[in-house]
Each structure stands twice: as C-alpha cells, then as structure tokens.
Design a protein around this ligand. Sequence first.
Ligand SMILES: Cc1cc2nc3c(=O)[nH]c(=O)nc-3n(C[C@H](O)[C@H](O)[C@H](O)COP(=O)(O)OP(=O)(O)OC[C@H]3O[C@@H](n4cnc5c(N)ncnc54)[C@H](O)[C@@H]3O)c2cc1C
Length: 558
Amino acid sequence: MERAYDFIVVGAGASGAVLASRLAHTPNVPSVLLVEAGGSNDEAAYLSGADRYNVAFAAGSPLNWHYKTTPQTHLKGQVIDYSRGKGLGGSTAINFCGWTVGPRDDYDEWASIVGDERFAWSNVKNVLKRISNLDTRIPDQTMNHRINAKPHNHSTSGNLDLTYGESWLPDVGDIFTAAEQSGHRINPDVNNGDPIGMGMGSVCIAKGIRATSSSAYLSRTPPNLRVLVNTPVARVLFDGKRAIGVESIDGQQLIARKEVILAGGALNTPQILKLSGIGTKNELESLNISTVQELPMVGVNLQDHCFSTVGVVLEKDTALPPGPPTQSPTPMGWFKLPSVISSSEFQKLPLRVQKHMHKATVPAMEIATHSLPSFLAYEPADSETYVGAICLIMNPQSKGTVTLQSSDPSIAPLIDPKFLTHSFDQRVLIEGIREVMRIQSAPIFSSRTLKRLGPADDSDEAIWQHVKGNLRSSWHMSCTAMMGKSAEEAVVDSKFKVFGVEGLRVIDLSVCPFVMNTHTQSVAYVLGEIGADVLAEEYALGQVEVRGKAEPSSEEKL
Ligand SMILES: Cc1cc2nc3c(=O)[nH]c(=O)nc-3n(C[C@H](O)[C@H](O)[C@H](O)COP(=O)(O)OP(=O)(O)OC[C@H]3O[C@@H](n4cnc5c(N)ncnc54)[C@H](O)[C@@H]3O)c2cc1C
C-alpha cells in the first residue's frame, strides 16, 4: 500500500468523513488517506436507531472513547459522561440521531467574527442542501398543523437520509398544547434558520436504520480514497514548520504531499496538536514535548451545552396506545427568555454577546422532551406516565480545558468543561428550569399530575440545589482549536489553517468560534463540506462533485 498521499485526513467522524469523500470526488482526483482510530462500525446492530444507547454506552464498547470529565467539584463533585464515538462515522455512529441546524444569526455571527462570508447563512443554507435528503412527511397527520416543513425549503438530493421517523409517541401533542397554554409559539419547521418556538427536528434514521457520516459519504470509496481503520494517530510529523505527514501509535509513518487535516473532534484534535508540539510552551515542556509552534489557545475555550432535567408523573391515560417500538423523534423547542435578558448576569456580558442574544433567531435555552425517568432516578409504576424534559443552556460562557496528562498518545487527556462556572450560565439554567416547570404545570397536565420530580420548588435556591447535583453534557463539545483572526486569540484562520505552521489544518467542531445554539452534528457536516470547498479552490482541484451514495466501501489496514 502507498504511504504517500496528497491529503491525509485524521478522524472519520462527521467532519472527517465528509471532507475526505468530497476531496476524493473532485475532478483532479487527488489521493486522499482517511485514518481512523476505531473500526469499521458496520455491524447491523450499530446501525439500528433504537439500540444505539445500549450498544455504545456498554462498558468496553469499541464504538466509544469512554471519556469522563474531571470531577466538577463545584457541582457536588460530579464526574460527567463525555462519550465520543470511535470508528467510521465517529460520534455520528453513537449519537441520538437528532438533526437540527440552528439559528441563521449564529452563522452570520461566525462569518462576522472571522471575516469570511463562507460561514454566513446565505452560503450555509445551500451547503445544508448538499448534505441532506429530507423526507418531510410526518407519521401522525393529526400533528400537521404543528409540524410542517415545506419541501421547497429543503433538499432531497444530499447524501444524508433524514426523516421525521416512522411513528411518534402517542402523547406527543400534549407538550405542544402545554407550550401554547404557557404562551409559547409553535414552530412548524425549526430547521429553516429560525428555531424559536416549540417544534421537532428531523432524525437521521430512515426505515429504522441510522444514517452516519460513514454510511452517507463513505459507502462509495473511489480508488483515490483509502480508508484506514484501527489506526490511531499519535502525532503530526514536521519538517521544520511544515507538516509532512502523521505517525500512528504503532509507529507507521504516513506522508502527506500537500496537507494534513485534523478532524479528530473537539477533544482529540487538541490532544493531537499538543502531542505534535503545538500548544503552550509550559505544558509541552513539562512533558518533554518539543515545541513546534507556540499557540496559547489550543485546548482552551472548550464549550458545550450542559443540561438538567425536571419531570412530572401523571396518572396514565389508558385511552392512549403504547409507544412505538423504535425510538421516535421527540419534541424540542428553543426559547428566548425575557427573565434572562433582564438579569444582572446578562448585563455584565460582553456587548457583542448581548447584541447577539437580542437577535430574532438566537435562543436562551432549549427544551427537549420525553427524557428518560432514570435521569431523575425514577421508575414509573404501571399506572403512571412520566413526562420529563431536559433544559439545555444556550450561549454558554463557561470555558473549559483539554490538557495532556502524559506524552503517551494512548492516555486520555484531562477534560474539564468547568460547567456552570460562569454566573450567566447559572442564571440561564435556573430561568430555563423554572420555565420548563411552568410548562409542565400547564392545564393539559395539571389535572392528572401525581407528583413533581426535580427541585423542591421553583425558587432560585431550590433549582440551583437541584441542577448542581443533576447535570449532564449533551456531548456538543466545541471550540478547542477555535477559528479567528490571529494566533493570540485563535488556533486556525478562516481557511482552517493552523497559525504559524504550514500544511496543517483543523476541520471539525474544534474550530467553532462559539458553540452553535443547536445540536451540533449538522455543524460538523457543514464544516466538512466548507473545508472541502476551501481546499478544492486553493489546490485547483476543480469543483467539489456533489452526489449521493452507492457501491459498498473498501477499508484497509496497513
Ligand atoms: C452520545 C452522543 C449523542 C449525541 N447526540 C447528538 C444528536 O442527537 N444530534 C446532534 O446533532 N449531535 C449529537 N451529538 C454530537 C455530534 O455527534 C457531534 O457534535 C459530531 O459528531 C462531532 O463531529 P466531529 O467530526 O467534530 O467529531 P466526531 O464525530 O467525534 O469524529 C471524530 C473522529 O476522529 C477519530 N479520532 C479521534 N482521535 C483520533 C486519532 N488520534 N487518530 C485517528 N482518529 C481519531 C474518532 O475516533 C472519530 O471517529 C451527540 C454526541 C454524542 C457523543
């Protein structure tokens, strides 16, 4: 097998699989090597929509890096699950398949921060059409007045199959009624650039089978694309300041004639950068790693959407049929909260953030309903129905870190998201949980309510005591090698190039200048597509060819 390629992409997750595939399908047919730490993930059970949670989270599952945070001492010492997908598809092979694209104002803000219109909504909305193949039909016609995405706003020619599921839970309409009774608007299509209101995203599940970045982009690998599985990369190889290839943990050296692109995700990418000598001198020297380029922003600025849960236990409505056997999409809504905007914590934010949050499509928090009762350690009786909802904070201001604890690449980095260390985040979660409790007290539920689970009451203190001991990550980690205008404030420029070196880019969620106010897989796919456009233009590879999938894959181990 060849050991020299034009481009080497490290990591076959959402961004990496898209990028490698699109590059390989350019008219100039460059040779592309996609190197993935995990396996091929093509067993049928891995692709089932319903079993994903059990399969990927089981101890020792090869699909998962099984990361945990450092103890969050300010949050009752919680050690929070920080899973990442491993193998072809990356985290898209273990995620919950929710597809949401977020606010158009977020993308416009990104474009403005980095000074590049590629990231503006006017471009991104077209990029999303290359990605998605959406069936806008819904399985429950009684919900047509509430969920109603218009086909002309979406695409049926992209690689990734998206649907609204085959069947919905029978009580799905109640939460919409509760939201309306609480004064919120219903949003028939949260994926049209404005997510505000109660609605429902689509899912990347079609006919019961999960679509991953691998099934959508790597099912047809042309001869100029090599996919190498079970090959964790240890570091980038440099000749002076020029990246010339990568070295795997088992010592193989793979040469890149043009560029190395890191797409290991927001935890592993900063780890690889540091192991390669890019980071702060102090940290690198303390582990005897020679500094290639000092860049203070590597592995700092980690951002994520943490969430907490509240629920109500209702008398079971025996007239309703049991739920569908497979996981169905569940309602989710994004809300602006006047109580957040008027808070003293909001007034202290940088003016840029305040201005952004005033824009029409930017939410303060998200609700996702039908969460598991186990999130509140509750087991409903046969005569009971549980209505749970998680509240995710948007625009988080707490900034975490990814730090090396060893120069050994097989040892996980220390990950400290510092959740809720910023007073604004605390305020958003308190106000958000209070709002969820209000919605769960709406007339549609109140006559059947047996008990409430969560805070003792809706005071600030009671909510804070609850959320401190009941916090989870939505696994949207981002921003650890952020994009910006200079090496002092960022790690990559708007062409994804790592500052201070040549031939090295980062194209994954690490580069987000702020965590986007949405579930993040769509953002990672968008970055893979935009990254391919940038490279194709710079190396005159011809226009990226956009076409769906076919033919089986060919994977290879050196
Ligand atoms: C449990 C869970 C549930 C989620 N649910 C949703 C959801 O419902 N909706 C949604 O929108 N988002 C969801 N997400 C988030 C979403 O999946 C991620 O944001 C997205 O996949 C990130 O894309 P990425 O390309 O940055 O990284 P990843 O998809 O994580 O890909 C990184 C890839 O790099 C590989 N890699 C890492 N290090 C190395 C190395 N040293 N050498 C070689 N390869 C390496 C990894 O194995 C992996 O394949 C979820 C995530 C998780 C973990």
